[in-house]
Design a protein around this ligand. Structure first.
Ligand code: DON
Length: 309
């Protein structure tokens, strides 16, 4: 008997396609020119079964969704205690690109690893303080490819576009360096962070990556234990409270599962022990989250009873 899920996913896309609000990210040239008609959704079970609909082969840069997985790598490479010295776990209540307030260690520790300041600090912990940009990028690319189950690549055009206009992130990194929250060269931290954000994925990749988190860090198809279970618990907890930035409260109320968004228009959701979901549509709301992507996840949560509460 054929699964009803593919037809259901198509119905979800048709129900959300009429939403016209939002704009693609304007500060990264390639993203600003994105085809805003693209719309896709995928659902991956912890047994490795995957379903998808719409533009499910269309690739886009992972952007901030990478932060969830790089947080796990930072924990693996530096240990949770050191990560917590550098990066908090509290929601910032502000925008994803908020700037730490001073070089005073007591006031500029990044609030969490999902905002840019915390993500840059997490990136700087991957491999180690003396690693090169290439070494950190290689470790991250290998890990994300294992999570997706196929070889991923950095989109060099997106990387160059974002590097051209990286003043805000460079400023954040210099404050973090002065306050001792990163130990490597601030420019290397930002270059490597932007390269991790420029890795291209599609919704099927993202759903499988989310399903790996739901599966205690074990990739559902390969069976590889990519992250320790305790790292995954930490990541999912912080995704729940911080993954959607200053829309996290509304997300938990309306969708109710750990999530992470990205400014190319991707979103992942992870229902521990069951399934990962991914949605893609380039138009963003004022908080940097995909308008149709959020609507897709809200509908699926209602229809499929995904809410954890
Ligand atoms: O650093 C930036 O601004 C981008 N590379 C990532 C921001 C992002 O994806 C925010 N999430 N919605």
């Amino acid at each position: 008997m054929e699964s009803p899920i593919p037809d259901y996913l198509n119905r979800v896309l048709e129900a959300t396609r009429p939403l016209e609000s939002g704009q693609p990210a304007g500060y990264i040239e390639t993203l600003a020119k994105a085809d805003t008609s693209k719309l896709a959704v995928a659902l991956a079970m912890v047994d490795g079964t995957i379903y998808s609909a719409g533009d499910d082969q269309v690739e886009f840069s992972i952007q901030s969704i990478s932060k969830a997985f790089v947080y796990a790598l930072a924990i693996d490479d530096a240990g949770l205690d050191k990560v917590l010295e550098k990066i908090g776990v509290e929601p910032s209540g502000g925008a994803y690109n908020g700037i730490p307030v001073s070089v005073d260690r007591s006031t500029s520790r990044p609030m969490n690893p999902m905002i840019n300041a915390g993500a840059i600090a997490a990136h700087a912990l991957v491999v180690g303080p003396n690693a090169t940009v290439e070494e950190r990028t290689d470790r991250i690319l290998k890990a994300l490819s294992r999570l997706a189950g196929r070889q991923l690549h950095v989109d060099e055009t997106v990387y160059e576009d974002e590097l051209k206009d990286s003043g805000r992130n460079m400023g954040i990194a210099y404050i973090l360096k002065a306050a001792g929250f990163i130990e490597c060269d601030p420019q290397d931290a930002v270059k490597g962070y932007i390269r991790q954000c420029a890795i291209n994925v599609n919704v099927r990749d993202l759903a499988m990556m989310a399903a790996t988190l739901c599966n205690g860090g074990k990739q559902p198809i390969s069976g590889d234990q990519i992250f320790p279970q305790q790292s995954v618990r930490q990541v999912l907890s912080v995704m729940t409270t911080c993954g959607m930035y200053d829309a996290a409260g509304t997300w938990v109320a309306n969708v109710g599962i750990p999530a992470k968004s990205g400014v190319a228009g991707g979103i992942i959701g992870a229902l521990p022990g069951q399934l990962g979901i991914a949605a893609f549509s380039p138009k963003l709301d004022k908080k940097g989250n995909s308008v149709r992507g959020v609507a897709i996840c809200e509908k699926m949560s209602r229809d499929m009873g995904l809410h954890m509460m």
